[in-house]
Ligand binder design. Sequence first.
Ligand SMILES: Nc1nc2c(c(=O)[nH]1)N[C@H]1C(S)=C(S)[C@@H](COP(=O)(O)O)O[C@H]1N2
Ligand SMILES: [Mo]
Length: 217
Amino acid sequence: MDERPDDESKLTRTKARWAREGQFLTGRHGRPESDRLPPGQHLVRTWPVLDLGQTPNVPKSVWRLDFGGLVATPQSWSFADYEAQPQVDLVSDIHCVTSWSRYDNHWAGVSTRHLMETIGVSPEARFVLLTANDGYTTNMALEDFAVADALLAHSWEGEPLSLEHGGPVRLVVPHLYFWKSPKWLRRIEFSATDKPGFWEVRGYNNHGDPWTEERYS
Ligand SMILES: Nc1nc2c(c(=O)[nH]1)N[C@H]1C(S)=C(S)[C@@H](COP(=O)(O)O)O[C@H]1N2
Ligand SMILES: [Mo]
């Protein structure tokens, strides 16, 4: 007895329809969706505010960003200098050590790679110490600072970065816990030696990778 050709079985027809309709395609590439949320994190839709409790208000007219340590020439940018740099738009997820994560944040600003090229970071530099206008500091290895999606951001979701979230300019280093992304950025120091920052001397991990849960030291 003849068997029905495969392409007429109910399952085959269903699968052919799925293929036409793109069933199960997420349209998302790169990191699989199931791995997008690091261990121990939960998703939030709001954007919580976390800091040491001071909100320094530095108007753009007097704002400065200083570069020091192992650079070709120590220098300082006004906000106009910062704005004159090539601007990038980047999308990234936030992972805070207090266990919230927030997907798809749209940032605009100056990439750390451009910054390093334009100010001329010395080959001997291996670490970065970042200082903010509230006295906050944090440290990281140069290769973490220099990732392709790290930037000095002045805008979030198409609007100027609010004061409470670090305006006029904050750092965003999305592949590390968010304490490594200082708000109200004031100074960037390049160094041959590592110098632990505010939380790093208070029991937080020196590296801060959310994927391996480097929360505490
Ligand atoms: N200048 C400054 N930057 C800071 C902090 C701070 O206290 N001061 N807190 C850090 C911590 S612990 C977190 S979780 C994030 C919170 O950023 P958000 O308030 O924009 O969510 O900022 C980081 N950057
Ligand atoms: Mo945090």
